[in-house]
Design a protein around this ligand. Sequence first.
Ligand code: F6P
Length: 324
Amino acid sequence: MKKIAVFTSGGDSPGMNACVRAVVRTAIFKGLEVYGIYRGYEGMIDGEIKRLQSHSVSNIVQRGGTVLKSARSMEFKTPEGRKKAYDNLTAHGIEGLVAIGGDGTFTGAKLFFEEYGIPTVGCPGTIDNDLYGTDYTIGFDTAVNTALEAIDKIRDTAAAHDRIFFIEVMGRDAGFIAVESGIGGGAEFVMVPETHTDLNDIVKSLKNLRKSKSSSIIVVAEGDDAGNAQTIMEKVKTKLNDPSKDFKVTTLGHIQRGGNPTARDRVLASRCGMSAVEGLLAGKQFHMAGVVNQEVVFTPFADCIGKTKPLIEDHLKLMKILSI
Ligand code: F6P
């Protein structure tokens, strides 16, 4: 293998740049030519492919977003789109790919490998932490800390006014951000897609809050089965039917996707990027490079997207014990 390309795809996450940098510099260290594909699968289809040098990735390790840009491509879901992408890669002589993204990215990569046989190794880039095959994903730690900082600020004002705040964090299908920011931020409740939410439990607990607790923080993952934070707040308010209680909703949204990556995310990203190139050279063809129990592990894309990573049981237990 002499020429490889790297791209970022799907929702961006802090640390993607550190990962791109590690891929480029490891590839050069190993004597490979390395190319950047811009805007993910969209750019692969449109031929936005450029040779990268070591200096191309200078001064990006600390930056959020992705210098390669990202997109969610509908065209890549069609056989015609994938054929155009393949033709562009072969025109550049590209023999291997590093895909940085989440489950959508790896679903595309798996299909593309099955159809065209271009070896691809993935790096887990998503704030959601919802990928099987790695303890943490690139960007998760930064996103949790961003959410935590916001929760701390909201708690100040919640306490000052004796209010009940519903704070919505990202996580369409996964509650990792909600649980870790909830534990760290001392939330009274956390609502996540992985567990059924009975609003009557929340109402009961709000009624039984000890007298000294006048304010409450409830963290809601955006994909909770009871609805979004606004809907849940309205239902709880109606059920509680206590005019003395003051409710507010804050949706944190995309601020969780930006910002300078934490040290943990930069190191994880760099390690996964380096391992992805090493994996390609060692013959990996449809695997993600993740870190499990401190060790780099290569997991087939089929497992990364097909198996569910459960929330940590102890975290759920902690939520119950610490909120009394
Ligand atoms: O997958 C990462 C994520 O940030 C999810 O938490 C969120 O549901 C989604 O992306 C939002 O996607 P978009 O930026 O395309 O609206």
